[in-house]
Design a binder for this molecule. Sequence first.
Ligand SMILES: Nc1nc2c(c(=O)[nH]1)N[C@H]1C(S)=C(S)[C@@H](COP(=O)(O)O)O[C@H]1N2
Ligand SMILES: [Mo]
Length: 333
Amino acid sequence: MANLLIRPDGYLPERAATPEAVFLNRRRFLKASGLAVAAGWSGGALTGCNGHEEPAAQAPPPATAVKDATPAKNATAGAYPARRNPGFDPGAQVTDEKVATHYNNFYEFTLDKQGVARLAQRMVTTPWPVEVSGLVEKPLTLDAQEWLALAPLEERVYRFRCVEAWSMVVPWTGFPLARLIEKVQPKPEAKFIRFETFGMKDWAPGMRDASYPWPYFEGLRMDEAMHPLTLLTGGIYGKPLPNQHGAPLRIVVPWKYGYKSIKSIVKIQFVATQPKTFWETLLPREYPFESNVNPAVPHPRWSQATERVIDTGDRVKTQLYNGYGNQVAKLYS
Ligand SMILES: Nc1nc2c(c(=O)[nH]1)N[C@H]1C(S)=C(S)[C@@H](COP(=O)(O)O)O[C@H]1N2
Ligand SMILES: [Mo]
């Protein structure tokens, strides 16, 4: 069991972290490990994000409620709920919180969307160093909560569309990724940004499946990353992100298919050439780098013309750029 307590490279030794946080985290972590072992892990082939969802997949949330992660005293303590920015209102009903928080894609844990919330409890998200490096004048590693204290947090209600043809409408808390980018001062040669998720196999049973190129990685063009809609995200539904939604820090790119919105980021690298991405590496024809939501371009194995709203079950028409064309179409003309 001892290896379960090893932290990712660069993590503070436990004695250097807030003792209360470490104690609480360790208790939560050990408890979660037991639960996770009991729940078991059935490794799978390439399914899920590259497999069409079952039409009747909607099930009620599990009876055992998942407690929200209790954040340690940190740089963003007291910042939630952040003020909602009325400029971001998709004019659609916000998805029921219980449904959204128990219907997750987070392959590091399991391909079972309803199983992610429970398994993800074993992640320890404080401290959480995030390295920002590569072609920048001022490379910097800060804790996720320090990065999130870089600019005022605000709440934005965004439409969110998974490539599997389901969708939700959720209030995220964060600020434009552009604020982080400005802080580190990219060099002119930096044309793309590469993002990477944690690599802790001991936390995440899904990572034992060696047919995936772990850790999860994604990328954006610099102009996409700088776009004001691209959100550096630390919260959802007025609270810090629960682990299953990508705690403690993720991005949300609302005009692209969900897999571009990488979770639980530990590394942000500025690079000169287009980086490979996790899904593109697996299936380049199905999950190209750009991956803008487009109802007119079917996935090779299913239509993208409509989507299922996860809480109501309504089937609605998918919109070009997920409804954000007014703001982003100019990036692609
Ligand atoms: N690290 C990591 N990030 C990820 C994924 C993942 O499996 N691992 N899944 C992606 C996919 S396919 C979707 S649809 C969204 C789901 O986000 P949510 O669970 O917060 O709704 O996360 C994306 N980010
Ligand atoms: Mo997805």
